[in-house]
Ligand binder design. Structure first.
Ligand code: GTP
Ligand code: MG
Length: 445
């Protein structure tokens, strides 16, 4: 998951805080130090870390956290608030809607994910904002770049405007805009060439295109795996091109990711989207408050519900939310969930977004597509009584169920174990969240 090691550290730090009844000034200093180390280790820019921990401890000492009845929770709330502003909480929101022609200019160094992200954003905003996208192939330098965009367009069934590799990118961008107006495309995304380093001729070209097409967003695509260097690159691009926002890609990678977290703060520009994988659906709109909750291990129920709502209808999402809260959880519920979760995406990913779930408990649990299909078959071979009373399922019943579902007894054993583990996790979650007006609410919020 994204920012995994940072998330684990914050969970440990907060668990320590929650155990304490009262906090002293020394405690606060000690925790601030732990936070500082965790952030530095995650590769967050040191200036940002300094600013962050200073703000946290000043507010903690200033806001009578020490005298509060729940000092640990008050403190966590302060960390959360500071994390939201670190990630760009107060920065202007992106203005995308069908009342205007939305024009996005994608820029960035070579291989950061511009072309892929061009397709991903078009796909996402077509779905979420009901926009009619057009992709524009302005990378005429790399052989096959135009072809790459055309393949993406074909896969997504989104038109691509191109003039081959002989035309000037300025002319292509201009003509694409005319084409978009004639054909009522209200989202035009212009893919441009990347360079290994920032160079004058590329910047001139990008500035020319920008002047010509007056984009509503100039999005800098940044590879989340590049570390501190990405902060400098972002600053330079911003100075030369005045970007409006950033897309962080490859956050699914096995990285510390902290550098990326510093970008909003150091450029003062917001992160608009994050790329979380190679598939065209692996993109999310970025919300500082939701991301802060995820990094701090408070779960991300809003994103979870968004996911539920975009793949199943609202009624079903509500029912699912209620199901997730029920204490009494049998194989009928499990089956029901497996079926719904199959539509929603990776179960592990979903579980990670839930508050109060211990991330370490997820390790080693298998929720692959194959596993889901097999599990369904197994549960369908159980009697109604067995589904409602899982403890009845003894050795001889396991043999019968295995034969009935075309699986093995060890498959059944594995499923039983996963079922018990899920049940435990759901209980754990119910204990840490209180439902209010159908929304999860964290105890300290
Ligand atoms: N894992 C992962 N891979 C990504 C993500 N975004 C892009 N990639 C991969 O990164 C590689 C480069 O992506 P491109 O979209 O071609 O990058 P680009 O910036 O257009 O590259 P140039 O046009 O050569 O400058 C591809 O293999 C993509 O699949 C992401 O969010 N996660
Ligand atoms: Mg490209």
């Amino acid at each position: 998951m994204i920012f995994e090691s940072l998330n684990e550290k914050f969970q440990d730090i907060f668990a320590g805080l929650r155990r304490k009844g009262k906090l002293s000034e020394t405690d606060i200093k000690a925790v601030s130090r732990e936070i500082r180390l965790a952030l530095l280790e995650a590769d967050v820019n040191f200036k940002v870390v300094k600013q962050f921990t200073k703000a946290v401890s000043e507010r903690a000492l200033g806001e009578d956290v020490l005298k509060s009845l729940t000092p640990g929770q008050q403190f966590i709330k302060i960390v959360h608030n500071e994390m939201v502003s670190l990630l760009g909480g107060e920065i202007e929101k992106m203005d995308v809607d069908s009342s205007q022609t939305n024009i996005f200019l994608m820029v960035g160094l070579q291989g950061t994910g511009k072309t892929t992200t061009t397709g991903k954003i078009a796909n996402l905003l077509r779905k979420e904002k009901k926009l009619s996208p057009l992709l524009v192939a302005c990378d005429v330098y790399r052989p096959a770049a135009v072809e790459q965009l055309k393949i993406l367009g074909k896969e997504l069934e989104i038109p691509v405007f191109e003039m081959g590799t002989e035309a000037d990118p300025r002319e292509i961008a201009q003509k694409a805009l005319d084409f978009a107006k004639q054909n009522h495309h209200d989202l035009v995304i212009v893919d441009t060439a990347g360079r290994l380093q920032i160079d004058q001729s590329l910047m001139t070209e990008l500035n020319d295109i920008k002047d010509l097409i007056q984009p509503t967003e100039v999005l800098l695509v940044v590879d989340g795996m590049t570390g501190q260097e990405s902060v400098n690159v972002a600053k330079e691009f911003d100075d030369l091109l005045d970007i409006t926002g950033v897309v962080l890609t490859k956050l699914d990678g096995d990285t510390r990711g902290g550098a990326a977290m510093s970008i909003a703060y150091t450029t003062g520009k917001s992160i608009r989207f994050i790329g979380t994988g190679e598939k065209l659906s692996d993109i999310e709109l970025f919300y500082p408050d939701r991301m802060a909750s995820r990094i701090l291990g408070m779960g991300d129920v809003l994103s979870l519900i968004d996911r539920a709502q975009s793949s199943i209808d609202e009624e079903k999402a509500k029912a699912l939310e209620a199901k997730l809260r029920t204490q009494d959880f049998d194989f009928n519920d499990f089956l029901d969930q497996l079926e719904q979760l199959k539509e929603m995406g990776s179960m592990t990913e979903l579980l990670e977004m839930m508050p109060g779930i211990n991330k370490k408990a997820l390790k080693g649990m298998d929720f692959s597509e194959d596993y889901l299909v097999k599990s369904e078959a197994i549960i369908q071979s159980m009697t109604m009584e067995e589904r409602a009373k899982p403890h009845l399922i003894n050795g001889s019943r396991r043999k019968r169920i295995a034969t009935g579902s075309g699986t093995t007894v060890s498959d059944i054993n594995r499923l039983m174990k996963n079922f018990e583990q899920s049940k435990k996790m759901l209980k754990q979650m119910t204990n840490t969240t209180k439902a209010k007006k159908g929304r999860f609410k964290l105890p300290f919020m």
